[in-house]
Design a protein. Sequence first.
Length: 236
Amino acid sequence: MSLLSVRGLSAAYGRVTTLWDVSFEVGEGEIVSLIGSNGAGKTTTLRVVSGLLPVRAGTVTFDGHDISRLRSDQIVALGVVHVPEGRLLWPRMTVEENLLLGAYLPHAKAKRKETLERVYAQLPRLRERRTQLAGTMSGGERQMCAVARGLMGLPRLLMLDEPSLGLSPRLVGEVFQRIVSLHDQGITVLLVEQNVHRALEIAQRGYVLELGRVTKAGSGAELLADPYMRTAYLGL
């Protein structure tokens, strides 16, 4: 059953159209990867789903509700949480202060104490760093803090935008292990990622965006084996 359904989506920045007739689905309990090169429309797609960019045409449906015209806070309240590219932490605030800001809506704030304990259990390194200024952590730790802040919003769908960007190979592996671990705990994930091999390796399904259009779709294994994908994206 689809948790998120995007149908015929078009969007633009001013007069510049960046998405044309994009359609995809994310099933409950899946990891779905959106892949493509820089400028393909991946981040724009997440911004539209989360209400940060208006829908020009098409529909976005979450758990049977049309969210195409809702405000971003209303979308978060339904359980759609967007962790943006670049972490965007408050560097002069502590780790724990950053995390608590993720539980700003009433339904999440009412449960933030128990949610914080659960997040610390999932990511124990953050418990160790809870009084440290976020800006002084390593890149991998900042990424985990950004993901954890998203978890504080009690997501049913967690949208991650380029979580491995700028990280060393060792930390990239750790980030993807954490994504799989969160999925194993029942969180549905929509992943935007330029590390195509890693993104498809952990995904049940994937969609390829090129110049604002979906050009390929299939299971992660099918896309990894696709001759075009192997040449254009995997360097094989």
